[in-house]
Ligand binder design. Structure first.
Ligand SMILES: [Zn+2]
Ligand SMILES: [Zn+2]
Length: 210
């Protein structure tokens, strides 16, 4: 069984990581956090001959949902987000796009996720981990020794908690009690910046100082 990952950076200012994750056998796939430039993203999807089943948003902030609408139209994929972040889809004030004058919205979710839910496609199976803190409905996806950590866990950093809906003690709890319980060798693919792994973060992440 081989699960493949490709990272794309489509949103220049925020440098959000968009991930294509697919099952090598049947090329079924998900897109995690389609940030922007849906047509460029779709060209990549066509080039790789992927069949996109789900669009998964790690949370509802504008820099992670900007291409949802067009990508859904182009692929027919189902949009999935944790129930506690769904209200951010329709409200540019709540997803913070109104601050930068773009007014990003997403179509309503097709599937509402909860912690422990499974996301399966082809031979791939990931588990949803609810990691509130950066936003109430932030999630990570774990499977195949990989963690897609959204804006919860970064390389030697963690998501900001000075926004409405964010909470510092929640993110500290999410990282220490949920993510740091995963095996050391787990590769971490964050919502921004470089890749890391759980072993490295247990040693160097500033969350250990809280
Ligand atoms: Zn965010
Ligand atoms: Zn972000």
């Amino acid at each position: 069984m081989t699960i493949l990952v490709k990272r794309l950076i489509l949103l220049d200012d925020f440098e959000t990581n968009t991930y294509l994750v697919w099952s090598k056998g049947d090329k079924t796939a998900i897109v995690i956090d389609p940030a922007a430039k849906p047509r460029e993203l779709f060209e990549e999807i066509k080039k790789l001959s992927l069949d996109i089943k789900y669009i998964i948003n790690t949370h509802g902030h504008a820099d992670h949902i900007g291409a949802n609408r067009t990508l859904k139209k182009l692929t027919g994929a189902k949009i999935c987000i944790h129930s506690l972040d769904k209200e951010l889809f329709s409200d540019p004030d709540k997803n913070f796009s109104s601050f930068v004058d773009i007014k990003v919205t997403s179509p309503a979710p097709d599937i509402l996720l909860q912690g422990q839910d499974e996301v399966s496609f082809g031979e791939a199976k990931f588990v949803v981990i609810h990691t509130p803190g950066h936003s109430r409905g932030s999630i990570c996806l774990y499977g195949h020794e990989m963690l897609f950590s959204g804006d919860t866990l970064f390389f030697e950093g963690l998501g900001r908690t000075d926004l409405p809906g964010s909470n510092q003690s929640d993110i500290v709890h999410s990282i220490n009690k949920k993510l740091f319980k995963l095996p050391d060798k787990t590769k971490v693919f964050p919502g921004h910046g470089g890749f890391t792994n759980i072993k490295h973060e247990k040693q160097y992440n500033p969350v250990t100082l809280f």
